[in-house]
Write a new protein. Structure first.
Length: 148
């Protein structure tokens, strides 16, 4: 028969591992006992009739029914406006090398993209211009831009 493969150091390491595992389990049980959680009931939150979060369920008598069409789950629709109307603004930025810029409308301070293909005349930053809008891939673009 051969000697046992367990040496003194192996036995000591195994004892330390077992001791550490027990300590870890005891700490976990202590944390669980001391926690405020208390289960699923304490984790639930309700919304009352005023939209406030509370820990008590709402009164079923105060339940309000909503139409499905009233719920907005996306970006709100913009107000319809006349795209064909001639607008006035000022060239806020224009890069002649790259051929694009932005026009800031006078009344609303909205900024619109302008490409050199939409220009009727050469423009520079600061020029007052009149323009029309068209729907582009990323928003409204200024077209038929000319100096005032």
């Amino acid at each position: 028969m051969s000697k046992s493969q367990e040496t003194y150091s192996k036995k000591e390491k195994e004892k330390k591992r077992i001791k550490k595992r027990k300590e870890k389990e005891e700490k976990r049980l202590e944390r669980k006992a001391a926690s405020k959680g208390g289960g699923l009931d304490n984790m639930l939150a309700y919304i009352d009739e005023n939209g406030n979060i509370s820990d008590t369920p709402p009164d079923p008598d105060k339940k309000v029914e909503f139409e499905l069409d009233d719920i907005v789950t996306s970006v709100p629709k913009q107000e319809a406006f006349d795209i064909d109307a001639v607008r006035e603004g000022k060239i806020d930025f224009f890069n002649t090398e790259k051929g694009f810029g932005f026009i800031k409308e006078s009344g609303t301070n909205e900024s619109y993209f302008v490409h050199y293909k939409g220009l009727l005349e050469d423009v520079e930053e600061g020029n007052k211009v009149s323009f029309q809008l068209e729907k582009g891939m990323k928003g409204l673009n200024a077209i038929e831009v000319k100096k005032i």
